[in-house]
Design a protein around this ligand. Structure first.
Ligand code: FES
Length: 110
C-alpha cells in the first residue's frame, strides 16, 4: 500500500534470489497517505543503496522514485529507462563476499 512497507530485506532477498533489478515507486514527497511514508522509505533506501554498493552490486540496479497515479507518461518513461538500464547491466552476478546475506538472515532469527 505504501512504499514504506518495503523493508530493505525484501530488496536484499530479491537480489539474493537472482532478480536483476529492483525498482520501488512511491508517492511524491508530502503526498503519502501515511504522511511520512515516502520520507522514511527514502532514508532507509539511501542506507540500503550504500550496502548494495558495498556488496558489489551496481547501484543503479536498485532505484527509488516517486510518481503519482496521474503521471502515466512519466511512469512509462521510468519503466522503459529502468528496463534499459538493467538490460545494459546484464544478468546479476553477486560478487562472493561470504556472510553478507547470512548476516541478514541471522539478524532476523534473533
Ligand atoms: S502511500 Fe506512502 S508513499 Fe505512497
Amino acid at each position: 500500500m505504501c512504499s514504506s512497507r518495503v523493508e530493505p530485506t525484501f530488496v536484499l532477498r530479491a537480489f539474493n534470489n537472482g532478480i536483476d533489478g529492483v525498482l520501488i515507486i512511491g508517492c511524491h514527497m508530502g503526498d503519502c497517505h501515511y504522511m511520512k511514508g515516502f520520507e522514511y522509505t527514502q532514508v532507509r533506501m539511501d542506507h540500503l543503496k550504500n550496502l548494495i554498493k558495498y556488496i558489489g552490486i551496481e547501484a543503479d540496479r536498485f532505484q527509488l522514485h516517486s510518481i503519482s497515479a496521474s503521471e502515466g507518461k512519466q511512469f512509462s518513461e521510468l519503466i522503459n529507462d529502468f528496463t534499459k538500464t538493467i538490460i545494459e547491466f546484464g544478468e546479476l552476478k553477486i560478487p562472493k563476499k561470504p556472510g553478507i546475506f547470512e548476516l541478514e538472515y541471522n539478524c532476523k532469527m534473533k
